[in-house]
Design a protein around this ligand. Structure first.
Ligand SMILES: CCCCC/C=C\C/C=C\C/C=C\C/C=C\CCCC(=O)SCCNC(=O)CCNC(=O)[C@H](O)C(C)(C)COP(=O)(O)OP(=O)(O)OC[C@H]1O[C@@H](n2cnc3c(N)ncnc32)[C@H](O)[C@@H]1OP(=O)(O)O
Length: 200
């Protein structure tokens, strides 16, 4: 019988060693981006991440950080978010980062963005009842590509590191939502972001 092929041990993620993965321009928040300390409203009331009309949603809240290219978002884990007894589901934690990172890119650059790629490193279990403080920052822009990364800490912005994530968001025009989404529900989204740089 042939012996099994040796398996080399690698780090769980190597992305952080090469991030952003392409040459980028330094991030410059939009001149009308909300100032440090500003609370950012929900981007859409039916959004699973931040919407206030989704019963079991994550109901995340975000505020521009002390530095203008950073946003701090909070996600309080409830029993609706469990994957194992008393512990948050990893997929939902990734969802929380999708929201936090997308909010950072969208609100600071004031353009519609969608997630192209998102990866998460889970460093510590996140218990039900804890609040994850997700500090996200704009890392750079290359054409339509916006690179953002974040770390999530337990119960305080300087609490124990529990989750890290990096993502590529891609700027899109209104036509993305017109073509692929529900036109009947698009009105609210358009009204909330009427002063963003969107092509009509
Ligand atoms: C009505 C008014 C609206 C106004 C404002 C609206 C809303 C506000 C929106 C957001 C901001 C606020 C808050 C956001 C909060 C939460 C965010 C949640 C976001 C989501 O949860 S959103 C759902 C999941 N998301 C998707 O549903 C996307 C599906 N997908 C596609 O719709 C296409 O795939 C798309 C559009 C991504 C690209 O398609 P495309 O045809 O436009 O452009 P293309 O393919 O050329 O990509 C361009 C460059 O990105 C590179 N690239 C693309 N994907 C890559 C990957 N995976 N890895 C590495 N590189 C990638 C290419 O390589 C190329 O790079 P290069 O330019 O160098 O060639």
């Amino acid at each position: 019988m042939r012996s099994a092929t040796p398996v080399s041990v690698v780090r769980v993620s190597t992305t952080a060693q090469n991030w952003p993965p392409v040459e980028v321009e330094p991030p410059v928040p939009h001149p009308d981006a909300p100032a440090p300390g500003s609370a950012l409203g929900t981007h859409y009331s039916q959004c699973f991440g931040c919407g206030d009309e989704v019963d079991a949603g994550l109901r995340m809240r975000s505020t521009v950080g002390d530095e203008e290219h950073m946003v701090v978002s909070t996600f309080t884990v409830t029993k609706e978010h469990q994957g194992a007894p008393g512990l948050a589901h990893g997929g939902l934690l990734t969802c929380a980062f999708d929201e936090a990172l997308g909010t950072t890119a969208g609100h600071l650059l004031r353009v519609p963005v969608v997630t192209g790629r998102l990866e998460t490193d889970f460093r510590k279990p996140v218990p039900v009842g804890s609040t994850l403080y997700i500090t996200a920052k704009l890392d750079g822009v290359a054409g339509r590509k916006v690179y953002v990364s974040a770390e999530g800490r337990l119960d305080a912005t300087d609490g124990p590191l529990a989750v890290e994530a990096r993502a590529l968001f891609v700027t899109v025009g209104v036509e993305h939502f017109v073509e692929h989404g529900d036109p009947a529900q698009l009105k609210e989204l358009g009204e909330r972001h009427a002063d963003w740089d969107v092509n009509p």
